[in-house]
Design a protein around this ligand. Sequence first.
Ligand code: HEM
Length: 152
Amino acid sequence: MDLSDLISAFSNKGFTAKEMVVLSGAHTTGQARCQLFRGRIYNETIIDSNFATSVKSNCPSTGGDSNLTSLDVTTNVLFDNAYFKNLVNKKGLLHSDQQLFSGGSTDSQVTTYSTSPSTFSADFASAMVKMGNLSPLTGNNGQIRTNCRKIN
Ligand code: HEM
């Protein structure tokens, strides 16, 4: 999605553009499948060329759809603000990532988080709690897992 569609999609669920941006910071950890970012690394122009070359080595133009690459190229196992530094350096993995820093209305927020880890942490915590309260299943309709990976 482009920025305007991302803003709309989150607005439809009651989230501000600011909350959408900070929640994207969750991409500071985890991995994504080649099929989700192939178009970006082969066709887009707002991308660091060395970064694109390196990601292509594990995501061929055809095949390898399920090959995994870190969403945060810098510090994938740390929950930090490197994701936002990456965006400033045109090293967002997904199209939606780089859209948050591509000359639009959310650039300034990305810049702020790229230089202020504490602001990112505080804003992320608030938005994460809010998202956790989005249409939760209650009573017998849901369960709180004792192990996140599987139903109880
Ligand atoms: C707590 C918040 C979030 C977590 C834990 C998270 C995690 C992930 C992970 C692990 C993937 C890779 C999935 C795969 O390769 O199968 C992914 C993909 C993606 N994420 Fe996030 N994400 C979060 C928030 C967001 C937000 C706020 C946005 C909106 C800007 C977003 C946009 C996307 C998009 C567009 C994809 C690719 C999906 C597709 O093309 O099918 N994510 N996310």
